[in-house]
Design a protein around this ligand. Structure first.
Ligand code: HEM
Length: 557
């Protein structure tokens, strides 16, 4: 009996000690959770703080949503937007960890409409080894010098064709025109489809498809999502046909030439390795469709916004013109074509592109979901929570950039190489760093080169809208005049600060007309004039070499 009571007491005692220990541990965990989970406000039931989030997206300062909360709760805070509680990081170090820890801790978490439209095989949603494999294949191909050499000629032709069509147009909508260039280039890179009926079909259906990328996730006949899904089906049929034909062609020939496009790369990968399972044709077709998105959205928007920012900053436009005119002159003199390295090594042009990408924030951040609880810099992100690594907040933070709202391409002269910098992530980072980074830069550089060396433009009033994606309210209307058609004096006004001219030089411009002293004919009979970067005209004779003055030349008839 005593033995029984003793046992009972020991069991009770053990249970009590166990319970006490468990409670203490739980309390400790709760305390860690409480002190570690970022502060913030989840707002109203269901809608959370979505209304404020969207309202800020329609202003010229979309980052004000983040700024307000950053001020109240710190650089990492919690909120509830677009139907989900979320932890927002505006801290570059935290963003870096989120981007790097991809796969094992963080997986992409995109809104439902995007998930539905891109389908289960989307590269943006796949994880693990498959994502690594596809990313490496696409990245390797897009970065290869062989592709860049080949595609440079193609981009040039496409840019010249579109710019040429502006000759007799007064008003241009930059946002629409740039899409024509970038979509055509990307479809060529992806599946070698050139201008014609097929391209028109792809463009038409793709425009219908992309409208549903951010919309209410309701799909029955008549809804936006439904229409976009139908367009995707039609796109898939056509792309799959191209992929199948290519596969058949490859089976018929034993010759192994270099891959010509992304379809080739994806098909060959499975062929060349016996260990790897071949990628299904549906899967390849889906990836190809998904990769058309930058041709319709991101790259044309970057070009459009560069034009917008340059229009508002004549000094930058002038310096860009000088640099590109110099390249044009060199190439004309040596009777050579510009190579991709020529375009990418124009320092000021690259600074303009960096600054455009920083200020425009075309992809304003990435959404991830935590698969495990993780502590980053003292912030506890509980398992299952979504994290928004906000790039726009970092790009527009005074701590990282002086006068962040000012378009200042010269800041990059001090900041140096932009890549690998946590505070500059327009192309994301880590394992999902955009594989189209270099192609995008090349396309934008070629577009800016030909635009600035062929046209003078005046932009009409327009505003940037940041929600749901970055767009111009009026598609950026500009009035263009081909440089060749400008009276000489226009070209001079374009680049001169008249106040800095000496009386003798001023005498060369009478009533806005250039006198012969400023005009120069070379041996071919081409007329030039030279202008320095500081707006001083140099009188030149046929014996003084142009390079001596570091001036640029504009040809005129
Ligand atoms: C200015 C133009 C562009 C910008 C700003 C941009 C931005 C980005 C960003 C931020 C990501 C990371 C997404 C994430 O981490 O979830 C990304 C991924 C990606 N981008 Fe771009 N991109 C541009 C152009 C292009 C081009 C021209 C292509 C070529 C086809 C491309 C193909 C891709 C692909 C395939 C991914 C997914 C990579 C993966 O998840 O493994 N992008 N891009």
């Amino acid at each position: 009996m005593e033995w029984g009571i003793g046992l009972l007491l020991s069991v009770l005692m053990g249970t009590f000690v166990g319970w006490f220990w468990y409670k203490k541990k739980k309390k400790k965990t709760m305390m860690v959770m409480k002190s570690g989970v970022p502060k913030g406000n989840l707002g109203w039931p269901f809608i959370g703080e979505t209304l404020d989030f969207i309202a800020c997206g329609y202003t010229s300062r979309p980052v004000s949503f983040m700024d307000k909360r950053k001020f109240l709760h710190g650089k990492v805070f919690k909120t509830h937007v677009l139907g989900t509680p979320i932890i927002v990081s505006t801290d570059p170090d935290v963003n870096k960890v989120v981007l790097r820890n991809h796969g094992n801790i963080f997986i992409p978490a995109y809104p439902k409409s995007i998930r539905e439209l891109l389908g289960q095989h989307s590269i943006l949603q796949m994880n693990g080894d498959l994502q690594k494999r596809v990313h490496a294949l696409i990245g390797g191909f897009l970065r290869s010098p062989r592709l860049k050499t080949r595609i440079t000629r193609h981009i040039e032709n496409s840019v010249k064709l579109i710019l040429g069509s502006w000759q007799h147009m007064q008003l241009i909508h930059v946002q629409e025109e740039t899409k024509k260039i970038t979509f055509e280039v990307l479809v060529k890179v992806l599946m070698s489809v050139g201008p014609g009926e097929d391209l028109n079909f792809l463009k038409r259906e793709f425009e219908e498809f992309i409208k549903g990328l951010i919309c209410l996730p309701i799909k029955f006949p008549g809804t936006r999502l439904y229409k976009s899904l139908k367009a995707r089906e039609r796109l898939l049929t056509m792309v799959k046909k191209i992929v199948e034909e290519r596969k058949l062609g490859m089976e018929k020939t034993d010759e192994k030439s270099n891959p010509i496009d992304a379809v080739d790369v994806l098909l060959r990968d499975s062929e060349e390795s016996n260990e790897k399972q071949s990628l299904p044709l549906d899967f390849i077709s889906g990836i190809v469709i998904e990769m058309m998105i930058p041709g319709e959205e991101t790259v044309p928007m970057a070009m459009t916004l560069a034009v917008k920012f340059l229009s508002d900053c004549p000094l930058a436009r002038h310096q860009l013109m000088e640099e590109n005119m110099e390249l044009k002159k060199q190439k004309t003199n040596s009777a050579e074509d510009c190579s991709w390295t020529d375009y990418l090594s124009l320092p000021f042009t690259q600074n303009v592109i960096n600054e455009t990408l920083r200020l425009a924030n075309i992809i304003n951040g990435v959404w991830r979901k935590a698969l495990k609880e993780i502590d980053i810099k003292g912030f506890l992100i509980p398992k299952g929570w979504c994290v928004l690594a906000s790039f726009i907040s970092v790009h527009m933070d005074e701590e990282n950039y002086e006068n962040p709202y000012q378009f200042d391409p010269w800041r990059w002269e001090k900041l140096g190489a932009a890549v690998n910098n946590n505070s500059f992530t327009p192309f994301g980072g880590g394992q999902r760093l955009c594989p189209g980074l270099e192609l995008s830069r090349l396309e934008i550089s070629i577009f800016l080169h030909h635009l600035i060396t062929s046209y003078r433009w005046v932009a009409q009033e327009d505003d940037i809208i940041y929600f749901p994606t970055v767009k111009m309210k009026r598609k950026l209307p500009i009035n263009v005049t081909p440089l060749m058609q400008l009276p000489v004096v226009w070209r001079i006004q374009e680049s001169l600060n008249f106040g800095s001219l000496s009386p003798q030089q001023k005498g060369a411009i009478r009533n806005g007309i250039c006198t012969a002293a400023m005009i120069f004919k070379n041996s071919n009979g081409t007329v030039y004039y030279g202008v320095s970067s500081h707006g001083t005209i140099y009188f030149q004779s046929s014996r003084s070499p142009w390079a001596l003055f570091g001036s640029f030349n504009i040809e005129c008839n």
